[in-house]
Write a protein that binds this ligand. Structure first.
Ligand code: G3P
Length: 217
């Protein structure tokens, strides 16, 4: 499973990219607003730090404007993926981007029918929003399972990018349900490393090792 960071915080990204475990980055207009920075500059910086796909979202709602914005974003770096909302206009733009060889991430997906349309439009990635579905009283993970089955039934190439992920349990469940990628907020990414038994076990090993008086180097 590919792990992406859902962030516009360049310092945090630099720190976590050093683990070698960050395969890509996703951003959205809310994260850009939170950064307080110029979008084009942040995306360029992120693309310098990460070799993998970096999603940058259009702000327009009409297909022709999305195309203009998306072409500009795609011009920033070869690893930019243009993120478009799952609307009729968004999928029209997605289809054209596919013809032009521009990669897309179709976002704000909340149903399997929407995901099927995105795949037919030639989306590179589909982003089902797990956490927001859970917040809404549904089971976000069921959506991943349904999309996986539909994409496999028809050999769609579109990759399932689990988004709106809120916990390590979401990451594990998305992996079990067959998502291709998962985009994770930095705090949750850090939580993936942790287990109390790891801490307890290491503490005991270190104590016992110190008691031997030995040194490996
Ligand atoms: O980038 C899209 C998505 O990951 C947003 O997550 O937590 O705002 O629902 P959230």
């Amino acid at each position: 499973m590919q792990l992406f960071l859902d962030t516009t915080d360049v310092a945090v990204l630099k720190d976590l990219a050093a683990t070698g475990l960050v395969d890509g980055v996703t951003t959205n207009p809310s994260l850009i607003a939170k950064s307080g920075r110029n979008m084009l500059e942040v995306i360029a910086e992120i693309c310098d730090l990460v070799e993998g796909p970096v999603s940058a979202e259009v702000a327009a709602t009409a297909a022709d404007q999305m195309l203009a914005e998306g072409r500009k974003l795609a011009g920033i770096a070869t690893n930019v993926v243009v993120k478009v909302p799952l609307t009729r206009e968004g999928l029209m733009a997605t289809r054209e981007f596919a013809h032009e060889g521009i990669q897309t991430n179709v976002t704000l997906c909340f149903s399997a029918a929407q995901a099927m349309l995105a795949a037919k439009a030639g989306a590179t990635y589909i982003s089902p929003f797990i956490g927001r579905l859970d917040d809404h009283g549904a089971d976000g993970m069921d959506l991943i399972t349904e999309i996986r089955a539909i994409y496999d039934n028809y050999d769609f190439d579109t990759e399932i990018l689990a988004a709106s992920v809120r916990s390590p349990a979401h990451v594990t469940a998305a992996a079990l349900a067959g998502a291709d990628c998962c985009t994770i907020p930095p705090a949750t990414f850090l939580d993936l490393f942790k287990h109390p038994l790891t801490d307890r076990g290491l503490e005991a090993f270190l104590k016992d090792w110190a008691g031997t008086g030995q040194s490996i180097l």
